[in-house]
Write a protein that binds this ligand. Structure first.
Ligand code: BTN
Length: 330
């Protein structure tokens, strides 16, 4: 842990030298402990220069998402107030749910460099190659009825767009219900899961999981996914620092959760502005059928209003149906 704290201090003052003594005082550890932490960070690829009588300065840092990089930017946040940055895990959602069932309080964010069993909606898998993406899940415990959180994923989608815009300067769009797209291709998927108390059916925990394609090259996607998937690096033409993106996405989630559900109008307005499904001809896909329809609007409950070929209109809820563009993924 002192390694994360030393890193956090170095990151707080990126242009300054920090003496070993000042760090040892600030962290309540010995100077030998500071030195050991510096050596361990160097072993992990952090370039830290040292100058006699001045101390240490961080010159460059590898692209790794870790507590020491996030603790400073997330100070004061409820979501991200505690962090578990893991190397490899089956699924950050599954890990968050395990910790929820063990009694961990809300606010924990689990992040992994790699998922071996990343999960998507409708039982699909989510490809999560090492070091390319941002795979994160948050543990929340809103004091609400389960029915009050049915639109939560739509709120998360808006927060993810906010976070990506803050970190990268581009605002992606939303394909109803909760795929984040950039230039017509899928950039991010969201899977929200919840746990109910078995006897009372009260909401015990809510776990939104977010998978963003960050530095993937086309060959990092499997052949079947490649035609409709993209990454921030592919679209921006430059790599994106994942810890910076993680900090902005978590801060946006924290801002959103602070106003959930009473701040609905703001998030509904943003969702409507971001969602590019209305106006398109779409296929409505259920396990049993495919039907053509025209997407018209997002209603006040984040449902997609569609008009069927016979002129009838209906409002679709997330989970009821999945929507695909007629002429491409969007
Ligand atoms: C989808 O597009 O169907 C949703 C994909 C959600 C993927 C994220 S990655 C982090 C979290 N852990 C998982 O196993 N899934 C979500």
């Amino acid at each position: 842990m002192s390694r994360e704290n030393v890193l956090s201090l170095l990151l707080e003052r990126p242009t300054e030298y920090l003496s070993g003594e000042a760090m040892s005082r600030a962290l309540g550890i010995s100077r030998a402990g500071v030195w050991k932490a510096i050596e361990a960070l160097r072993q992990e690829g952090y370039e830290i220069s040292s100058a006699p009588n001045r101390g240490y300065r961080l010159e460059s840092a590898p692209d790794r998402v870790r507590e020491g990089e996030l603790a400073g930017p997330l100070a004061g946040c409820l979501v991200g107030g505690s962090l578990a940055c893991l190397d490899t895990i089956d699924s950050t959602n599954t890990e968050c749910k395990r910790r929820a069932m063990a009694g961990t309080p809300e606010g924990l964010v689990v992040i992994a460099e790699e998922q071996t069993g990343g999960r998507g909606r409708l039982g699909r898998s989510f490809q999560s190659p090492r070091g390319c993406g941002l795979y994160l899940s948050a543990l929340l415990r809103p004091r609400l009825e389960p029915a009050a959180v049915t639109d939560f994923t739509a709120w998360v989608a808006v927060a993810v767009c906010d976070g990506i815009e803050a970190a990268c300067g581009v605002r992606p769009r939303i394909k109803w219900t909760n795929d984040i797209v950039l230039n017509g291709k899928k950039l991010c998927g969201i899977l929200t899961e919840l746990g109910l108390e078995s006897e009372s059916n009260a909401l015990e925990y809510l776990v939104p999981g977010i998978g963003i394609n960050v530095n993937h090259r086309p060959e990092d996607f499997s052949e079947d996914v490649r035609p409709m998937a993209t990454s921030l690096a592919q679209e921006l033409g430059r790599p994106v620092r994942r810890s910076l993106l993680a900090a902005e996405v978590i801060k946006a989630l924290d801002r959103m959760y602070a106003v959930f559900p009473q701040g609905k109008q703001e998030y509904l307005d943003k969702y409507r502005a971001d969602c590019l499904t209305p106006g398109n001809q779409v296929q409505l896909i259920t396990p049993a059928s495919r039907q053509e329809a025209r997407a018209l609007a997002i209603d006040d409950d984040f449902r997609l209003v569609v008009e069927l070929a016979d002129g009838t209109r209906k409002a679709l809820s997330a989970g009821e149906v999945s929507v695909r563009g007629m002429y491409g993924y969007v």
